[in-house]
Unconditional design. Structure first.
Length: 338
């Protein structure tokens, strides 16, 4: 390799490979320094990686410094091997579902709840100005709310809202907002915006009104942090497989959604709204979620993308906070053990 000559620039895709094994871990698309030229040290914004073009054998690998800010890095979820080499064919939903994703595995639901609460608190406290926080229903998020109520957070700047809601009275035990209020928001100084419910209102009317509230809270169209759970069928918020809300147009942020398998109306944020957020945090626990989580993060040929997978790949930075039971079927996903 050369040591200090001029830097040739290309725009062809390159594999990013693990140094020790040569296993592909991602694709870099954009302007980069041509493999075969070695830069003496990594400057700011550059990272040493083992590179090769898709389809090339290991003998064609080389080390180079990538200016990551000049292109897009896409982590590989699954790569087909052909003829002993990595053929470069990504499987699964495709590049539009790949974003900045981190998967953190915790020992059990209690450790997950504690870690999620600390991460939420740190995110709020590190921000400036008003902070919009989307709340989720379900047992796993509720555990995080209980822990969060004990932490020091600058709640006066927080504008909280529901990422989804059940079409029930506001004090009903099944109401997500009622749970969030009981466990957290009734005890802190955040402003809590909830969808309206009344016997004379329709779910569609309530959703339209709440969408106006969300637009007032998000003049730039981007929530600071949205908390989400996931069901054993892969639904997130109240985006259930095969329901109308899955195909809500980009102009809609919040819609009503009839769920036939529950014979119930739900209210939910939409895929376009969630994908536009600054940060999404999924909280998932239990072996009952393991199969769906595998399908979301490690999709196989022929599998339809589940709702939680459809949310990925937008502008949002995505963090999955999961426990060991939920992670039990993951075999190819790069994870961090807490």
């Amino acid at each position: 390799m050369g040591g200090g000559g001029p830097m040739d620039v290309e725009q062809t895709p390159l594999w990013v490979r693990e140094r020790s094994s040569g296993r592909p871990i991602g694709i870099f698309e954009g302007h980069h320094r041509q493999p075969g030229i070695r830069q003496a040290g990594a400057k700011a914004g550059h990272t040493w990686m083992v590179m090769t073009r898709p389809g090339a054998g290991r003998q064609q690998q080389s080390r180079c410094a990538l200016p990551l800010q000049s292109g897009r890095y896409r982590p590989v979820r699954r790569v087909e091997r052909e003829g002993g080499h990595h053929a470069g064919r990504l499987t699964g939903p495709g590049p539009d579902t790949v974003g900045r994703v981190q998967v953190i595995v915790h020992r059990d639901p209690q450790h997950l709840a504690e870690a999620a609460a600390a991460r939420i608190a740190d995110t709020v406290n590190a921000s400036r100005g008003a902070f919009t926080l989307g709340m989720a229903g379900g047992s796993t998020p509720v555990g995080a709310y209980q822990e969060l109520s004990e932490l020091r957070v600058d709640w006066d700047r927080v504008e909280a809202y529901m990422s989804d809601e059940r079409w029930v009275p506001l004090d009903h035990p099944d109401c997500n907002g009622h749970q969030a209020s009981l466990e957290l928001l009734a005890h802190v100084g955040a402003t809590f915006h909830r969808p309206q419910w009344a016997p004379w209102l329709t779910a569609a009317d309530s959703a339209a009104h709440y969408e106006a509230t969300l637009r007032a809270l998000h003049p730039d169209g981007r929530s600071d942090l949205v908390l989400l759970g996931m069901g054993d069928d892969g639904h997130t918020a109240s985006l259930f497989p095969g329901t109308a809300a899955m195909e809500a147009p980009p102009a809609r942020w919040f819609v009503h959604n009839f769920v036939p398998k529950l014979d119930a109306e739900r209210l939910t944020t939409t895929i376009p709204f969630l994908r536009a957020a600054h940060r999404l945090m999924f909280l998932v626990a239990g072996d009952g979620k393991a199969a769906a989580l595998r399908q979301v993060l490690e999709p196989r040929d022929g599998e339809d993308p589940l709702p939680a997978a459809r949310v990925l790949g937008g502008d949002a930075e995505v963090t999955w906070m999961i426990d060991e039971a939920a992670a039990s079927e993951l075999t190819q996903t790069e994870t961090v053990t807490a």
